[in-house]
Write a new protein. Sequence first.
Lengths: 172, 217
Amino acid sequence: MASRSALLLALILILVMAQMAESSSMGPRAMDASRQEAEAAIAAAEASSEQAFLQIQVADHEGGNVTALAARFNEGLELVDSARVFVYEGLLDRAVTSAESAQALFKAVESEAQVLQTQAAADASTRRTVVILAAPLAAVLITVFSYILIRLWQRGRIERTMEMEIEEAGTQ
Amino acid sequence: MSSADRGQLHIPHDVALFLAILIASSMVVASATWVYLNPRPVEKFFALGLLGENMMAEHYYPGDDPRIKPGDLVKWHVTLYNHMGSVQYVAVRAKLLNQTTPPPDDLNHTASSVQCFKEIGHVLVDNETWVFPFYWSIDNVSWSGEPARIAALKVNNVTITQGLNTTAWGGYNFRIVLELWSYGNETTGFQFGWRSGEEIRSAWVQIWFNLTLPTQV
């Protein structure tokens, strides 16, 4: 009877120790997974930031006004920065949230930059076409205007000449 | 001459004059169009500056004393101007150096090999000036014997412990170096300095200080 109780006690003890060992090994693993998750979220946000910037660069090159996009991009960078601080402080959930918000912002900026690229390219093309078409017209208009002015000046000069009268020089 | 005579005055058209004006105006308009469509390339550069507490080149230390004690709040303002002709993604990297640590190389345009303790990224549109505060204080000091080490810095209210491996004998001649890095492309990532045509250029600033303990002052 005593040996059976001892056996039962030993079994319970083994079970409790196994449970404790499992929970102690799960604790850091769960923590590590969360930290890894936060760092992965930050890395993903950083990768998105590069893509977003490249699209902003193209939109800028096409002549689009990227000031608003740049401002939003910088907000995203601040979110990534705060995510890093949260990781340092051990606030991993907040770090993940910040990094994911940043990534969403970068993706929105990227798609808006792509729209701006198309728009800016079309605007630039229209502007170039207008300038190229307007140039010969402007040249002709300037020519006609200048020609008319010169003709008027010539006409006035001839009229003044014709209005001249020959007077006998007086004697003093 | 009567007014009727004047009204009948007929001057024959001068075709040669018309053609001469047309050629001259065409040349002027063509030149203006070409200049409009192909703007002159500007010199590309960044301007990095460091200002003191009142946004002027003075009062870099509390009480104008370069001996900084733990807890002293040092207020700097970093200014960065983009004259690259396009939008730029930049990073200002702050590093802690001592008197003997090699600073960035102006001739070869290489950054200091020391690890940075703070990196601040930003996107600037063309012709934009960005000013941001760089407020720091020494949070923790490790002073075992003569070489002093700053164990923790607080920059803009965030405590930093990494990238602070530099020591200084007696706490003298620490310096904070701010380097300007710019984003090249996907493959190169951030690079120290920037490209201006065929040339590589770089910009960095530094400020020296001495670390003191309250009892030493």
